[in-house]
Design a protein around this ligand. Structure first.
Ligand SMILES: C[S@@+](CC[C@H](N)C(=O)[O-])C[C@H]1O[C@@H](n2cnc3c(N)ncnc32)[C@H](O)[C@@H]1O
Length: 527
């Protein structure tokens, strides 16, 4: 038996007869058997194209438990249904509740024909369970592209007329980027939806297909919470939906453990068309099978900061995190106030191959990669590195370089073993003698209108960016290892004078982390 007796007892309250419980159990077992079978059998290319990562039972159960539907008639959408794990979990959940709907209509969209027999089997088992619990049921499988179908229905107004809207949308949508000139992008634009990933496209459409008061329960990567490309999606979501709950899986590698997906995932629960409630429930667990280790009500304004043009979504885990967020938020300056900019390094190495050199030679200039970072400074050239240390300075490559000066560099991708997300170092021509320099594309660099920073200001900025409280704050809105220039632009910074004072203390020699944190906390009163 795939679902244990203990789970069965926990899931089904005693008012159910044994026969009823067995039917409900069968729903989950049917979905889980199919999930396991396909998880090991899927063709890898097809799997990537269709973004096929199936929801494990503990996660499906947690999502279903968030459903707050009311009313006698429920129409449920499962878009990108796979073998129906989410619908099955939702059906099992509502069958176990004291207050149950009178009738349920299940609508599942799935494009992959190989999954359809199993999906139909799961929905058949759902019907049996619902009927056994005294709920009448209809179900349909739409073996078609959800995006095409939803855009057609919404664009032609068909949905409002012929087909009732949905009360519940439960989704684990496919994840895959699509190109700006793709048909998918064109279709979405017909409805004014701007997004470049399938998962946000599915969510944006599900939002539009929901009825007033309908609920969205979705598991997705956390990247939509802060990425610059997801800004229109965040605006769309927040315009139509009231956020009620965000559950974060801390372990980047475990929410979809069977499927080897490495990313932080979030379950989102939101209700359509009602005013945003003042509080949002935030919760967290390490991985799907682990207990919820944090659950708190947080003011919506701490989750989405009033006036934030990017509408970042913050997950503030505890009071300590709250205090840090407030302190960082209260810092007096934006980058504009400091007359500073942050840009991404212009040397994309695979496009500049003909100019790259392993070692400096006459006619070349330093090329800086993250590998040259060493405790807050840049050590260059680096012997025994696979990365080139130099780039030829020619009329064609000159536009990729910047004039030598003092700059603060940050890594765009932190390595898994790195303790902090934001890792900064000072580039100083006193240590790396040169007239011009190339910064590789895996770096962001702070500058003043393309020119050098004041040396002490640079060191103060480097200390601030490397401090632990900033890292705590950063993790509240960034759930992946990528640090975008937009993330750095969105931060608040200390005054110029304060940065210079800190810089004078740490110049050329960043202290160990504890000492650095103490210095920044004492100077700024954060943490
Ligand atoms: C991430 S999987 C999730 C499956 C299932 N909801 C679950 O939770 O186990 C996404 C599913 O969407 C399907 N899919 C991908 N693109 C689709 C599209 N354009 N229309 C409908 N289904 C699609 C895939 O075949 C896959 O089964």
């Amino acid at each position: 038996m795939l679902v244990g007796v203990a789970a069965k007892r926990a899931f089904y309250p005693p008012q159910f007869t044994l026969a009823e419980r067995v039917v409900m159990l069968d729903v989950l077992a049917t979905a889980e058997t199919a999930r396991r079978r396909f998880a090991s059998q899927l063709d890898p290319t097809r799997r990537n194209t269709l973004g096929q990562f199936f929801t494990p039972p503990a996660t499906a159960k947690l999502m279903a438990s968030m459903s707050t539907f009311r009313g006698g008639h429920v129409r449920l959408l499962d878009a990108g249904a796979g073998v129906g794990a989410l619908t099955a979990a939702w059906v099992a959940e509502i069958c176990s509740r004291r207050l149950r709907p009178k009738d349920v209509a299940l609508v599942a969209y799935e494009l992959d024909a190989t999954l359809l027999p199993s999906l139909r089997k799961t929905l058949g088992a759902c019907e049996e369970a619902l009927v056994a619990a005294g709920i009448s049921c209809t179900w349909e499988v739409q073996a078609t592209d959800f995006i095409e179908a939803a855009v057609d229905q919404l664009d032609s107004g068909l949905f409002q007329g012929d087909r009732p809207a949905f009360d519940v949308a439960i989704l684990n949508p496919p994840y895959r980027k699509f190109r700006a000139e793709s048909r998918t992008r064109y279709l979405l634009r017909r409805l004014g939806i701007e997004t470049s990933n399938l998962y946000t496209a599915f969510l944006a459409l599900a939002v539009l297909l929901l009825d007033h008061g309908g609920e969205l329960i979705a598991i997705t990567p956390r990247s939509f919470c802060n990425g610059p490309y997801f800004r229109p999606f965040r605006k769309h979501l927040l315009q139509h939906m009231s956020l009620t709950r965000l559950h974060v899986f801390e372990a980047r590698d475990r929410a979809f453990r069977d499927d080897e997906v490495l990313q932080e995932n979030v379950i989102l629960h939101a209700v359509k068309g009602v005013p945003q409630q003042p509080y949002v429930c935030l919760s967290r667990s390490r991985a799907p099978d682990d207990p919820v280790d944090m659950k708190r009500e947080v003011s919506f304004h701490r989750v989405v900061r009033a006036g934030d043009p990017q509408a970042f979504i913050h997950v503030v885990p505890d009071d300590h995190g709250d205090a840090i967020a407030e302190a960082i938020h209260a810092l007096p300056c934006t980058l504009d106030d400091l007359d500073l900019c942050v840009s991404t390094g212009r040397v994309v190495d695979f496009r500049a191959r003909q100019w790259l050199r392993a070692e400096p030679i006459p006619g070349s200039v330093p090329l800086i990669y993250p590998t040259h970072f060493d405790g807050g400074v840049i050590r260059w050239p680096k012997p025994d590195t696979r990365k080139p240390n130099a780039i030829l300075y020619t009329p064609s490559s000159a536009s990729l370089m910047v004039p030598a000066g003092v700059y603060v560099l940050t890594k765009r991708f932190s390595a898994k073993e790195e303790r902090r997300r934001v890792v900064a170092a000072v580039f100083d021509p006193e240590c790396v003698p040169c007239d011009v320099v190339g910064f590789e594309n895996h770096l962001n660099y702070f500058h003043r209108g393309g020119l050098s920073l004041d040396r002490f200001l640079a060191w103060g900025l480097c200390a601030f960016l490397n401090c632990s409280p900033l890292d705590v704050y950063f993790r509240q809105f960034n759930g992946h290892t990528q640090v975008n220039a937009t993330d750095l632009r969105s931060l608040r910074y200390p005054r110029r004078k304060t940065l210079i004072e800190m810089g004078q203390k740490v110049h050329r020699n960043l202290p160990p982390q504890d000492e650095l944190d103490r210095l920044v906390v004492e100077t700024l009163e954060v943490g």
